[in-house]
Design a protein around this ligand. Sequence first.
Ligand SMILES: [Zn+2]
Length: 413
Amino acid sequence: MRKNEQKPFQSPYTHKKSGKIWLPKNYINFSKEKNRFILIIPQEFVTIEWNKNESCGFMENKNLIDLEAMSVEQLAKIVKKAKKIMQSPADYRHACDGKILATLFYEPSTRTQMSFQTAMLKLGGRTIGFDNPMNSSVSKGENLKDTISVISGYADIIAIRHPTEGTAMAASLYSEVPLINCGDGGHLHPTQTLTDIVTLSCEKGRLDHLKIGVCGDLLNGRTVHSLIKTLAKYEGNSFVLVSTPELCVPLYIIDILEKNGCAYEISNSLADAVTDLDVLYMTRIQRERFKSEEDYQAQKNVFVLDREKLDRAPQDMIILHPLPRVNEITVDIDDDPRALYFKQAQYGMFGRMALILLLLQDEDFLIPARETQVCDLRCNNPKCITRHEAYLPNLSYEKLGMRMCEYCDKRID
Ligand SMILES: [Zn+2]
């Protein structure tokens, strides 16, 4: 690699309509000099001037940060591939021979990490990584950029989980290999929704015209928000939102339902809601999100799916749960054929196998990125990764006339 050599820049990603230069996000790096990006193209190093008020024009990439970026066609492609793998797993046993998946888990999530590891092993690949940053260089104070720069030189694909919002997006700026968000704080967890989508498609045969009941902590449950946002893209889906007034869905979710023309009801009775559903999606009351133990105790056992309530439900309704369960579904229901939450976890593994394959092997499987700008304002969300990693550039995008943080999706102006 030749360093800092000036040469006229020719990108293979010039946008056809605008003539602007577009680049996959993981080819870009940011210099300290104002208004100047260093673009890292394989085999060469190019510096070009860039007006910082202009769009950076990141067009598409191989990183799964937010499932919302994916089109309905891309989701269908993942589901189709997952089904093919389920039908003939032997055909895929060597699909990723010689490839390495790195699982970087800065907070423990045994289930998600094992699901990814198993997915890669079943494809013939191998895995490296950590589930406790205290056992890695991170404990010596290594920043995210350095960790990702090193690991992306070892691995062919990275799966990352971190307690801080926007970390996966930040990591993707410095990764030279595809990167998958396995959860960034309370922000996003796209592969859980992928799991739900694969399960629904396999068990109900469709992703549209479903009546879905969601129950539990609808305020803090990111899996519920992501599922509703994704299913709202499909025609004819309707929702029954079952929660206490304290834990009802945030207003922006209601806005999305209304914008997409989805019918919805707000209910405070699981027993009533359950009588007329295709899908019941139960969630745990998230103890760690409450200010006091007293507040948690007041909410924890309000909605419990038990045998008596399930007897009122249609025979073809399916029960899903992102797990772990606390006590919102009684154990005696586990043997009911409608209880699919353990099978759902297995579908998740197949969904992850499909995702890994498409990201590594399908050149056309590119995930569209937002049009991003470098801005002067720093995000002031205390949970945002930009508050912890000072070198990160201030990146933002526009939504309804407002400037939003590219990392954590909170408003910054
Ligand atoms: Zn932010």
